[in-house]
Design a protein around this ligand. Structure first.
Ligand SMILES: NC(=O)c1ccc[n+]([C@@H]2O[C@H](COP(=O)([O-])OP(=O)(O)OC[C@H]3O[C@@H](n4cnc5c(N)ncnc54)[C@H](O)[C@@H]3O)[C@@H](O)[C@H]2O)c1
Length: 440
């Protein structure tokens, strides 16, 4: 079994570390965030991710999974070091590589023998080589000559289903120039290898590009159906049926064809921008993705206009907001459409009663600047009581079977904005609500 360090214990690092320890490896998760590491050492999981807690606690109990802020110890005692730190957008839209390169520096500083350095963070093409140069530079400064290899191993897990995604990936991408490192990585992923998960073995640059191309394509697909939805609304077509029939075409597939308020999250927004920047830096233009980014921003504002046009004005009115996270089953609000939609409505004088099953902590922080306009609630029904409109922003399962009788009883308002198309006109109109979906 391999001794592994995972540097960066966020959504990707914690899931990867926990799952690799569950595969039988000894894993040390490292982070600079002392509070996070202390919580983990006390058995508290700092993020909301279904199924993760049990796996973390069990492997921690068996000492296959450890948490530390001590990077020196982690590097010295590992054969394979994963870099899983954040790569947020820098001011110019490119991926901020400072955290990745900081880790590379640390690896060079504490290296004490052959190591495989694996980049799991989403990084622009060329970063693997930068990591290699950085480690080598530090080794030269130290006047030591330890061999090491760099592997690009982008991650495709989705928040909310990360545990299953890690154990049932569509493919594992391994980009490296080294046969030795490739063999070690196959050992790391042995459980998946023997389960016949497809492995894509390629060079570092191709592996880095695969991740951006895949994310940009998915973002474009969502945006495509959103734009079709907008036209559907104008011409009396039903985007739900359009999407279903399109998806039945095997060349298209039904996934990522759900019209809504625009994509968000920690990946698509920053990765699409970073890809257009990579292209520009190399004298190319990916106009489809540039347009996707613009259209996605428009989509969020279109949702605001949809609400304002229907209600006339929201001045002084309280709106029930169901869901603020960027998707269900996560507490993550990074680039969530709610971050645009709520402040815009607040500017128009709206107040909010919000319920999100996991987003309140992060939401309280993100909406601090409009906090006097917000009441956080403990259930959908509490949020709905005495409001002028119901707005579903995130399709949490518990919003899929709302009790319409209860809604009628609690709610003074008549407007029902279903920005995830969970319900339909007929169901709500017959209960006396004015129903508005996206593209229906
Ligand atoms: N979140 C996702 O769904 C997802 C999916 C696939 C790929 N990715 C990519 O994976 C990477 C990580 O994303 P995330 O969502 O897990 O980020 P995150 O912000 O949740 O976690 C990053 C962690 O790295 C830590 N960190 C920063 N600098 C450090 C350092 N020098 N040493 C040790 N720890 C350090 C931070 O404290 C934080 O805990 C990004 O490149 C992202 O694009 C994310």
């Amino acid at each position: 079994m391999t001794k592994i360090a995972v540097v960066g214990t966020g959504y990707v690092g914690l899931v990867s570390g926990a799952m690799l320890s569950d595969f039988g490896h000894t894993v040390t998760c490292v982070d600079v965030d002392e509070i996070k590491i202390n919580m983990l050492n006390e058995g508290i999981i700092p993020i909301y991710e279904p199924g993760l807690e049990t796996i973390v606690q069990m492997n921690f109990y068996y000492r296959r999974l450890n948490f530390t802020t001590d990077i020196k110890d982690a590097v010295e005692n590992s054969d394979v070091i994963f870099i899983a730190v954040g790569t947020p957008s820098a001011e110019d839209g490119s991926a901020e590589l400072q955290y990745v390169l900081d880790v590379a520096k640390n690896i060079g500083t504490h290296m004490n023998g052959y190591k495989v350095v694996v980049n799991k963070s989403t990084v622009p093409v060329g970063t693997g080589q930068k990591v290699k140069s950085m480690v080598q530079e530090i080794l030269n400064e130290r006047n030591v000559d330890y061999p090491f290899d760099v592997v690009s191993n982008p991650e495709f897990l989705r928040e909310g289903s990360a545990v299953r995604d890690f154990t049932h990936p569509d493919r594992i991408v391994l980009g490296t120039e080294s046969e030795r490192a490739l063999e070690i990585m196959k050992e790391v992923y042995r459980v998946l290898y023997i389960n016949e998960t497809p492995f894509v073995e390629t060079n570092i640059e191709t592996a880095e590009m695969i991740k951006y191309a895949a994310n940009a394509y998915l973002a474009m697909k969502i945006t495509f159906i959103n734009e079709i939805a907008n036209v559907c609304e104008k011409v009396g077509a039903d985007v739900q049926k359009v999407a279903r029939a399109m998806g039945q075409d095997g060349r298209i597939s039904p996934k990522f064809l759900h019209a809504g308020p625009g994509y968000g999250g920690s990946c698509f927004p920053k990765d699409t921008i970073a890809l257009t920047k990579i292209a520009k830096d190399h004298g190319e233009m990916i106009s489809l993705i540039e347009t996707t980014i613009e259209a996605n921003e428009r989509q969020k504002l279109k949702m605001v206009n949809k609400i304002l046009n229907a209600m006339g004005s929201v001045e002084g009115k309280t709106l029930a907001i169901l869901g603020v996270t960027f998707k269900p089953n996560t507490d993550d609000l990074r680039n969530a459409p709610s971050l645009v939609i709520l402040p815009e409505l607040a500017k128009e004088g709206a107040k909010f009663k919000i319920y999100d099953p996991a987003g309140e902590n992060e939401g309280t922080r993100r909406f601090e600047f409009i906090k006097e306009k917000i009441i956080w609630c403990k259930s959908a029904y509490e949020a709905i009581e005495n409001t002028a409109a119901i707005i579903i922003l995130t399709e949490w399962n518990e919003f899929r079977s709302l009790d319409f009788n209860e809604l009628q009883r609690l709610n003074g308002g008549k407007y029902f904005f279903d920005l995830r198309n969970i319900y339909n006109n007929k169901q709500l109109n017959e209960r006396g609500f004015k129903y508005y979906g996206v593209g229906v």
